[in-house]
Ligand binder design. Structure first.
Ligand code: PLP
Length: 354
């Protein structure tokens, strides 16, 4: 039996024995009444980590983002964000359904956009136009390739938004990957952003949970929407404890995931016909293109899966592989070996593929 090496997403992580033990021992209370000591401790720690007054524990990063959009906007407003942003592409139309907002997407470079693009997209104050209310950035930019927004760019975008009276949100689902990759502390990266989502279930290795952070007034309002969206829980400390454990044990080690992603990218780059920009692999996400192999991404991922390697097809010929704490360097080297075997041959005999 082949054991699956799951590079499909960093959400594939399972709670470790240490994390499970810590969860089992967690003190709990009624979270809706704000009486759960583990939830309260996690919220305080994350607020401090992100340099914000308060944080709110939630079931998922999707809910954190959607609550942020809802809290910042009114129905009919416009939100500026990058076209590949999770909020725009993978939250089931939540901004339209839950907040009634329009998404004014800009095309960035690998998920990162400029203050000029923000300025150009802001609607003039005219009754014909939707009112631009919010600018949202994604750190790291997932579909951009795990790109790290440079600190100066984050600041410049936030400053521009502020100058125009706009609110700002950071979908920092993978913010800690950006922190480890760049060395810039989380509270520096989030400065100037009115709200920040932090996900616990990706590289941080928790089974559930995310937080949204902001000032006290924002969190007070966000808490209403947490109830409204059905996100208020009861003895949630048992799951929030995983977050406390992750903050102590799973941040620095993200560097290993980044090293493994580079090993994977370099290995894939050796396969003739694979299109990959190794220098753009900045964190734990690797994108590559199989057009040059004369097969579709679906075909490539099926061949890999048949040999125990899971990756995700994200376009006709585009594939995403993500490293995380449940894949070792050895696993990644194995993935490269298998890819060289099953994709290295893809081109042979494929008409017009040379
Ligand atoms: C950038 C980003 N934001 C938000 C989310 C939402 O996380 P969840 O699926 O846990 O709600 C994801 C999930 O992949 C993501 O990649």
């Amino acid at each position: 039996m082949t054991t699956l090496i799951d590079l499909g997403s960093d959400t594939a992580t399972r709670p470790s024995a240490g994390m499970r033990g810590f969860m089992a021992e967690a003190p709990v209370g009624d979270e809706q009444r704000q009486e759960d000591p583990s939830v309260n401790a996690l919220q305080d720690r994350v607020a401090a980590l992100l340099g914000k007054e308060a944080a709110l524990y939630l079931p998922s990063a999707t809910m954190a983002n959607e609550i942020a959009v809802k809290t910042h906007t009114q129905s009919g407003d416009a939100v500026i964000l990058e076209e590949s942003a999770h909020i725009a592409t993978a939250e089931a139309g939540g901004p339209a359904l839950l907040s009634g907002v329009m998404l004014h997407a800009v095309k960035g470079t690998r998920g990162v956009f400029t203050p000029d693009q923000v300025e150009a997209r802001i609607q003039a104050d005219n009754p014909h136009y939707p009112r631009t209310r919010l600018v949202s950035v994604e750190q790291t930019a997932n579909l951009g390739g795990g790109t790290v927004w440079p600190l100066e760019r984050l600041r410049a975008v936030a400053d521009t938004a502020r100058r125009h009276g706009l609110r700002t949100h950071m979908d920092g689902a993978r913010l800690m990957n950006a922190v480890v990759a760049s060395g810039a502390p989380a509270h520096e990266q989030t400065r100037g952003y009115d709200s920040v989502t932090l996900c616990l279930t990706k590289g941080l290795g928790c089974p559930v949970g995310a937080l949204v952070a902001g000032d006290r007034a924002f969190i007070k309002e966000a808490r209403r929407y947490k109830h409204l969206f059905g996100g208020a829980m009861r003895q949630a400390g048992i799951i929030a404890a995983a977050g406390l454990y992750a903050l102590d044990h799973n941040i620095e080690r993200l560097a290993e995931d980044h090293t493994n992603a580079k090993i994977l990218a370099r290995g894939l780059a050796e396969i003739r016909g694979i299109g990959i920009e190794v220098e753009h692999v900045e964190t734990n996400i690797v994108f590559f293109d199989v057009a040059g192999l004369g097969i579709t991404a679906q075909e490539a991922v099926a061949r890999l899966l048949a040999r125990g390697i899971r990756m995700g097809a994200t376009g006709r010929t585009r594939i995403r592989a993500v490293t995380h704490l449940d894949v070792s360097q050895h696993d990644v080297e194995r993935a490269v070996e298998v890819a060289q075997e099953v994709l290295g041959k893809a081109k042979a005999g494929t008409p017009g593929a040379e």
